[in-house]
Ligand binder design. Structure first.
Ligand code: HBI
Ligand code: FE
Length: 305
């Protein structure tokens, strides 16, 4: 069985359990990666020279497969970003990418051992530093792994960091983290990230395209989210999203579709999250996969009425 490539699926577990113990080794956190070598801000050197020829070859195959699918199904903004990243032939050197990113949007990549604590994740984003996992998945995990690796983090996320709107949105998300944590509403904020940065779709004329990193780094979910008549695609609505549960071990049971990337910032910039957190944080989330009264789902081509 080929499960979707679900790289972020333990984000929730991480938040609830792992943070109770200091994340300094794989044994205390249960996470893969060299946490013992990390600096206080959880960064590590990328150590590009330590990648084996087999790892670079594996990257090439992953890149070839996913970029072919992306040409058909990914948003033009993702493809525009990908075309500026010279990363088809080998695992990229973050240093080289940083020159391109810095010029385009001021973002920089920092290497990390894997999942890092929420506080640090938000702090990096708030300062336009994107944490990218250093290690690459093994041969037997090409289709499925539970933690983000360098392919998910780089191929999935970095193309969109070259888009000015996504660049601004991710910084704003990082800044929003502190308040969400203080108000004990991190789950609500995290759903915004999940349903946009990780699993977002956007209209492209009459068509729907994928741009979320969790989708574009998964062959099976790219096809499912972009083309399957059974996938439930709902109109983007921030409060609805903050209230909607998500799947961590299967395809998403619903997706949210932006009219444009401008809507991402436009709809959130004037929203006062405080009262929304207070109103909904203690209520159980809406189950995923259900159309609510008044909602109209999207078909892959055009709208269903
Ligand atoms: N760390 N490396 C990494 N990648 C993530 O996507 C990530 C993380 N730490 C916390 C986190 N995500 C989420 O729990 C927050 O977005 C809420
Ligand atoms: Fe991700």
């Amino acid at each position: 069985m080929h499960w979707p490539l679900r790289t972020e699926l333990i984000a929730g577990l991480w938040h609830y359990r792992s943070m109770k113990t200091p994340c300094t080794s794989t044994t205390t956190s249960g996470l893969r990666g060299e946490y013992g070598e990390a600096a206080d801000d959880f960064t590590v050197p990328q150590d590009w020279d330590s990648y084996s020829p087999e790892a670079h070859e594996r990257w090439r195959r992953l890149y070839a497969a996913q970029s072919a699918l992306a040409q058909r199904h990914a948003a033009p903004q993702f493809l525009a970003g990908l075309s500026k990243l010279d990363c088809a032939a080998a695992i990229p050197r973050f240093e080289e990418t940083n020159a391109v990113l810095g010029r385009a949007t001021g973002w920089q990549l920092v290497a990390v051992p894997g999942f890092i604590p929420d506080e640090w994740f938000f702090d990096h984003l708030a300062h336009r530093r994107f944490p990218v996992t250093r290690w690459l998945r093994e041969e037997h995990e090409l289709e499925y792994l539970v933690e983000p690796d360098v392919f998910h983090d780089f191929f999935g996320h970095v193309p969109m960091l070259l888009d000015l709107r996504m660049a601004g949105f991710l910084e704003a998300y990082g800044r929003a983290g502190e308040r969400a944590m203080a108000m004990e509403a991190l789950d609500m904020l995290a759903r915004i990230y999940w349903y946009t940065v990780e699993f977002g779709l956007v209209r492209d004329g009459a068509d729907l395209k994928v741009f979320g990193a969790g989708i574009v780094s998964s062959a099976a979910e790219t096809v499912y989210a972009a083309t399957d008549p059974d996938a439930l695609r709902l109109p983007f609505d921030p409060v609805r999203i903050m209230r909607t549960a998500y799947s961590i071990d299967s395809f998403q049971r619903n997706y949210f579709v932006l009219d444009s990337l401008d809507q991402l910032i436009g709809s959130l910039v004037d929203l006062d999250f405080g009262p929304i957190y207070e109103r909904w944080r203690d209520e159980p989330p809406l189950p995923a996969g259900q159309l609510r009264p008044g909602e109209t789902a999207f078909e892959p081509l055009g709208e269903r009425t």
